[in-house]
Design a protein around this ligand. Structure first.
Ligand code: 13P
Ligand code: SF4
Length: 298
């Protein structure tokens, strides 16, 4: 199946991008695996005619925002993100009416329609750079309350947090971390900023998924407790075969990130099913927020 996918990709002049949480067999066949920021940058730079996005809906939308002339395929159209569904443009506008005018920083894990009315986007890799680039004392951050509280702990600015969350990261508790630390006392604890504040307070490093891979690779430590979705274990182990990685909790599995199988990629490439296209009226303002973020990079 992998050979067939590689052949179809060539025939279609397509590139296959996979998020770090995708199943191992998808990561193995991809042209590029990465975190949300790396994948957005790649989607904006590629000259391929087709982008096959193995991730969830908001990621394919971001690729379509950046590359409207390309065909963007999400091999399983039902792969969504519960956190992205916790905000709508209407709800955001009414929150802003209540708070008064201020810049809105929107995590890429959000619908394109919300990006379209936001000042700038951010990912877990560049949230602090994005927040400090804004010349404003107060900011509204959407939709992840945990990411917003993490940013608030690192800046003197006042950050208003939208009450959304990732159900997978939010379920990691300090008790889970304590148990993992007791089982692996020498291990360094890396946590994703989508985790709750009480968990982040226990972390040795707070990082995006690719940030964790780089950190583990360059760290002199030999063992790590991983506070993010289980899919990252594959890339960590592959990049650092001589180091040990332990999940902070075995329950951190995102069902949406596990939907795409090799068969879905083949079907999508053969039939061009699963196209994601953001309408121009949304895409143009959303592009401004995404471009501003890529300019800041971080
Ligand atoms: P990053 O790879 O950007 O850290 O993403 C986390 C995530 O939850 C994507 O769905
Ligand atoms: Fe959404 Fe969380 Fe799954 Fe990422 S891990 S896609 S934020 S539900």
């Amino acid at each position: 199946m992998k050979e067939k996918i590689r052949r179809l990709l060539k025939e279609r002049r397509a590139i296959l991008l996979a998020h770090n949480y995708q199943p191992p067999e998808i990561q193995e066949v991809a042209d590029l695996c990465g975190d949300s920021l790396e994948l957005s940058i790649k989607a904006s730079e590629t000259d391929a005619a087709v982008i096959v996005f193995c991730g969830v809906h908001f990621m394919a939308e971001t690729a379509s925002i950046l590359s409207p002339e390309k065909t963007v395929l999400l091999p399983r159209p039902d792969a969504g993100c519960p956190m992205a569904d916790m905000i709508t443009p209407e709800a955001l506008l009414s929150k802003l009416a209540e708070l008064g005018p201020m810049p809105v920083v929107t995590y890429v894990n959000s619908p394109a329609s919300v990006k379209a009315i936001s000042t700038v986007c951010c990912t877990s890799a560049n949230v602090l750079a994005v927040v400090s680039s804004l010349d404003a004392p107060e900011i509204l951050m959407t939709p992840d309350r945990n990411l917003a509280r993490y940013a608030a702990s690192q800046t003197p600015k006042t950050i208003h947090a939208w009450e959304g969350y990732c159900p997978i990261h939010d379920r990691l508790t300090p008790e889970d971390v304590k148990a993992a630390r007791n089982a692996h006392p020498d291990a360094v604890f890396m946590a994703h900023p989508e985790c709750r504040k009480a968990v982040l307070d226990m972390a040795d490093a707070v990082l995006s998924t690719s940030g964790m891979i780089r950190f583990a690779k360059t760290s002199p430590h030999l063992s790590f407790i991983v506070g993010t979705e289980m899919g990252l274990m594959h890339a960590l182990q592959k990049t650092c075969p001589d180091k040990a990685f332990y999940p902070a909790s075995a329950s951190m599995i995102c069902p949406d990130m596990k939907k795409i199988r090799l068969e879905d990629v083949i079907r999508s490439l053969e039939t061009l099913e699963g196209q994601v296209k953001v309408p121009e009226s949304v895409r143009v303002p959303a592009l401004e927020a995404v471009r501003r973020m890529i300019g800041i990079a971080g």
